[in-house]
Every structure is written in structure tokens, then in C-alpha cells.
Design a protein around this ligand. Structure first.
Ligand SMILES: [Zn+2]
Ligand SMILES: [Zn+2]
Length: 262
């Protein structure tokens, strides 16, 4: 695949029970979020032929437990550097368990190994939540999950990504008619909640450069299902003249299984 030979992305877990993504660009190896157990992260990495001791850093999007649950053990056992916003560190339930010398507060742009990482703000109900664009001179991988809505900042950040991990959390009708209490439905649907399939589709339509490889991520087990998400998103983008497989490739990330860039 043109332009992707130095890029490896595996979504190790994605969903409300835990999120972790592995990205390798130009021999720099990163984890984004550590929301599953350190044991499972280690095993998932071993399964794809990666030694956890080769990871250069863990970059954290926000402090919700489904993004940091494995972090204390990961730091204790492997002493990996952790990069995140200062307010996010402060808000972590497990902050005292993290070795101080592992913590690296970040601004909008920072370097890990040979890579440049942009942290861009997202609208979500956390202290200072961000998405990340990781780039080398040739490639760009962007992770944008836990989004209330796609702000212009997010839209700009996802543009020109070779690989994009984008939230497709819920089907609007399934959420509205489902069993969740009204307050929780409102939180998810609100501007600081999670992104619907429709909104994910429109973000893809609005991308300027096409032919990205997209992982649909953070899918709700209650208010979404893989076939519905894929159908909704495919219908919207095809109606706008975007061809699946030619202009864009879509893959569903999973909660309990690693999904890897081909
Ligand atoms: Zn969250
Ligand atoms: Zn989350």
C-alpha cells in the first residue's frame, strides 16, 4: 500500500470497557491509551510480534478509566514514559500510583522518538481531553475518539491522515429507544459525550484528502452494532460520491480482539 510501508497500526481494544492502540511509524513504537490491563496489552503486543520493552511512550487522551485502567501496572512493571496534558494527570484516579519520573506533561506539540505528535482539543466531559496526530515526514496517523461532536479543530486534525481511528459510538435511534436512563442518554448525545455513526460519516465526507484507512472505534455494545454502523456510514459516504475501497477503506475496531492495518 503506497505510503504506508513504515506505518503499522493495531487497535488492541476499543470500546467502553477499555481502549488501547498501538502505532509504529519509522521504528518509533507508541501506545495510545492504556485502558485494558497491562497483562492484556503485553499479550496483545506479543501476538503481533512486538516486545513491550521497545515501546517509546504511552500517550493518554483523557483520564476516564476506559483509557487509563492499565496504566499503574504498565508504569510499575515496564517504567514506560507517559505523555498527557497536565490537567489530565491531575484528574487521574490512579495518579499516586504512577512513578513521578514517568510523567511528561505535554503542550500542543511534542516529540517522541523521531516522531512529531500534535495534541488537539476535543469536546468531551473530561479535564482536558485531546486527540492525537502522529506524524513522520511521510505519514500521519490520527486518533479521535470520545468526541461530543466534530469541532473545526478535530476536522482539521483528521484531514490528510493516512490512517484514522475515529469514534462511531452509537446509532442515534438505538440510543434514543434503548434502555439507558434518560440522563445517561443525554450525556452521550450531548456536546461533551460521544460521536454517533451519522456524525462520524459526515466527518469522513468532509475530509479533504481521501483514500484514508479508517478504524471505526469506541463502538457501544448497547447502542450500536457493527452491521448498523457500517451500513449507516457506508450509505452516507456513498451518497456523497465517495467510493468504498477506492476513496476510503473502513474497518471496525473491536473490544476484545486486536484489529490490524493490513
Ligand atoms: Zn471518555
Ligand atoms: Zn472512552
Amino acid at each position: 500500500m503506497k505510503g504506508r510501508k513504515n506505518l503499522h497500526v493495531s487497535v488492541l481494544a476499543s470500546g467502553s470497557k477499555g481502549n488501547t492502540i498501538f502505532v509504529e511509524i519509522d521504528n518509533t513504537l507508541l501506545l495510545i491509551d492504556a485502558g485494558i490491563s497491562a497483562r492484556r496489552i503485553n499479550k496483545s503486543l506479543t501476538d503481533i510480534g512486538v516486545d513491550i520493552r521497545d515501546i517509546c511512550g504511552v500517550i493518554i487522551t483523557h483520564e476516564h478509566r476506559d483509557h487509563i485502567n492499565g496504566l499503574p501496572t504498565l508504569c510499575k512493571k515496564y517504567h514506560l514514559p507517559v505523555y498527557s496534558r497536565a490537567a489530565t494527570f491531575k484528574a487521574m484516579y490512579c495518579l499516586e500510583k504512577l512513578p513521578l519520573d514517568c510523567l511528561h506533561p505535554i503542550k500542543e506539540n511534542f516529540q517522541v522518538g523521531g516522531l512529531s505528535v500534535d495534541a488537539f482539543s476535543i469536546s468531551h466531559d473530561a479535564a482536558d481531553p485531546v486527540g492525537y496526530s502522529i506524524r513522520s515526514s511521510h505519514e500521519k496517523c490520527t486518533v479521535a475518539t470520545d468526541l461530543g461532536f466534530v469541532t473545526s479543530t478535530v476536522q482539521e486534525a483528521i484531514d490528510e491522515s493516512d490512517v484514522l481511528v475515529l469514534e462511531a459510538n452509537h446509532d442515534q435511534r438505538m440510543l434514543r429507544e434503548g434502555a439507558y436512563p434518560w440522563a445517561l442518554k443525554q450525556r452521550i448525545m450531548g456536546n461533551k459525550g460521544h460521536l454517533s455513526n451519522d456524525d462520524a460519516a459526515w466527518a469522513l465526507v468532509r475530509m479533504k484528502k481521501h483514500n484514508p484507512y479508517v478504524f471505526l472505534a469506541h463502538m457501544s455494545e448497547e447502542n450500536n452494532c457493527p452491521s448498523v454502523a457500517k451500513q449507516t456510514i457506508t450509505e452516507i459516504i456513498q451518497r456523497q460520491g465517495i467510493k468504498l475501497g477506492t476513496d476510503i477503506t473502513i474497518q471496525l475496531a473491536k473490544q476484545n480482539e486486536t484489529v490490524t492495518l493490513p
